[in-house]
Design a protein around this ligand. Structure first.
Ligand code: NAD
Length: 527
């Protein structure tokens, strides 16, 4: 990164960013209030930069610019749009050091978890670039009169998409939903979370460097409760990622305007270890499942159901691997887990663990805040004996805390995994892949990973990703992830015959002819 630190700029802030670098990023904001908000690095709790704030009028201006840009963009050939995505792919890989530095500074996560974001955006950009025609080309459909009714379906852009994104994977969440929106011919107005605004702005800069017209991607900064409504009032579609509570507010506002929305929300995800699981593999996966990004991951596992026959051997391995994890607040690759992002997150995690322990849960490993490492650190924590009266039994912690449960019967394990209101992601470890896939059909989650924690589905961009029940609506990735940003428009061209009686035929005769026709079509096996 160009000048990550400038100790002279603010002697109390070891990680304060070069003002020129920050200005270069924030220049991309539509923000005229004159107000700024201080960004703090969770690595040390000290100031990182100041970010200008947007008003409702700025949101209106962002939409005006985006709409103007979209009118031109929707006529840009698909191959040109795809070529820009392939340039973005290369840029993201070339600039990974800068991207990872900024993600770590803003979020406090371990560098290897920041790199996951680089991977995900490169995969997403390449996937949509290479499959653009498959998703967006005009499709031929069956006409009602074979040979005489020619039917085509166009996938036309919605217009301007509003994207409201969270802080936990700030680079991925800022870009991954916008990439298919742009490719489909839309413009985007985005409001990233305030805590990770610079990473989102770096994403915007990379899009411009890849060739996307500047005004096509607008960024506004400010509290969601102030800017959310002005965005929803103007957007043609809303893509939201965040908490279930906020998602419900957004869905209600979209319903008022009859615009579509996709909602990627919370989870209380289950991991099942069946009696025939490879236990080393399951324990290694369990660490990544629960402690990636310190558990601040929508698809991470907070509940593990382990077959009685292998429970003790699995727990021994999982605990040993967790105890061996290295924690730290640095920009290098040395840490297995970094910090939580904020005092709010730390308070929630502490409250969940204290509540569970006070009501009788046992801490097998972890369980404590680590202010010696950084202001918001909390140890990776494994709990046993968690019961329904404890908050962490069914409420999302969104932190490095997982509860272990034994099961005797697989049907019972699936029923317990399906308990609660969420349905985002699940994982099943078994050496019998076919059986695990059969069990997966009964798990009420939008994604199920067999012998992997979450990466197998999340990184397979051709497959849809999203939640059932209170974990969301709609899907990102795959064809659903791009078609949500388009309207299907059917165009039917009728040749020779017209609809209705011809050549002086009476309505009654016409009805008889048509009835005979329908019977014939069925006999011929036509759809
Ligand atoms: P949040 O809902 O508070 O905030 C998310 C975004 O919504 C932020 O940009 C915020 O400014 C904005 N926002 C807040 N109130 C708003 C309002 N009234 N109107 C419009 N926008 C508003 O969520 P959070 O607590 O910051 O994020 C963590 C949650 O996000 C967790 O529950 C997690 O599971 C979920 N999440 C889900 C996914 C997924 O893909 N399913 C991914 C990441 C995070």
């Amino acid at each position: 990164m160009e000048g990550p630190a400038d100790p002279e700029h603010d002697p109390t802030a070891a990680y304060a960013l070069e003002p020129d670098y920050v200005d270069g990023l924030t220049a991309r904001l539509v923000a005229t209030t004159g107000r700024t908000v201080a960004l703090m690095s969770p690595l040390d709790g000290a100031p990182l930069a100041h970010v200008p704030q947007s008003s409702a009028d700025d949101v209106a201006e962002a939409f005006t610019r985006a709409r103007r840009a979209q009118a031109v963009w929707s006529r840009t050939p698909l191959d040109e749009r795809s070529a820009m995505l392939l340039r973005l792919h290369d840029l993201v890989l070339d600039r990974q050091d800068e991207i990872c530095d900024l993600i770590v500074l803003e979020s406090g996560k371990a560098r290897k978890h920041a790199y996951d974001e680089v991977l995900h955006i490169a995969l997403t950009a390449r996937y949509y670039a290479r499959t653009a025609h498959r998703h967006l080309d005009t499709e031929r459909k069956m006409g009602v009169v074979p040979g005489l009714t020619r039917v085509e379906v166009n996938h036309v852009p919605k217009g301007v998409v509003g994207i409201i994104s969270p802080w936990n994977y700030p680079f991925t969440m800022a870009l991954c939903d916008g990439i298919p929106a742009l490719l489909a011919g839309n413009a985007v107005v985005t409001k990233p979370d305030a805590q990770t605004m610079l990473t989102a702005l770096l994403g915007a800069r990379l899009l411009a460097e890849a060739g996307f017209p500047q005004d096509l991607w607008q960024v506004v900064a400010g509290p969601g409760r102030e800017l959310g409504t002005p965005i929803i009032e103007r957007a043609d579609y809303i893509c939201f990622t965040g908490s279930t509570a906020t998602g419900k507010l957004i869905a209600a506002q979209c319903a008022e305007r009859l615009i579509g929305c996709s909602l990627e929300l919370g989870g209380k995800n289950p991991l099942l270890v069946l009696r025939d699981a490879d236990l080393e593999r399951a324990a290694e996966g369990a660490v990544r499942a629960s402690f990636s990004n310190a558990g601040q991951l929508c698809v991470s596992m907070e509940r593990m159901f382990v077959a009685d026959q292998v429970y003790d051997r699995f727990v021994e391995r999982f605990v040993a691997r967790t105890q061996a994890m290295t924690l730290g607040a640095t920009l290098d690759w040395d840490n297995d887990m970094g910090s939580l992002i904020s005092q709010d997150q730390l308070d929630t995690v502490v409250a969940h663990v204290e509540d569970a322990v006070a009501k009788g849960a046992r801490v097998l490993v972890g369980g404590k805040a680590r202010p010696d490492l950084g202001p918001f650190f909390f140890e990776p924590t494994i709990l046993e004996g968690v019961t329904p009266d404890m908050t962490c039994f069914g409420t999302e912690t969104f932190g490095p805390v997982v509860s272990l449960y034994r099961f005797h019967d697989e049907a019972d394990a699936v029923a317990r995994a399906n308990d609660g209101d969420y349905g985002l992601n699940a994982s099943i470890y078994s050496q019998d892949g076919a059986r695990a896939r059969e069990i997966a059909r009964h798990v009420k989650c939008g994604t199920v990973n067999v012998n992997e924690a979450f990466g197998a589905t999340f990184a397979s961009i051709d497959s849809p990703m999203g939640g059932m029940r209170e974990s969301g609506m709609g899907r990102r990735q795959g064809s659903e992830g791009i078609h949500r940003y388009t309207e299907s428009q059917s165009v039917a061209t009728q040749r020779l015959i017209r609809f209705g009686p011809m050549l002086g035929m009476s309505d009654e005769t016409y009805a008889k002819v048509m009835t005979a026709n329908l019977r014939l079509m069925k006999k011929l096996g036509r759809a």
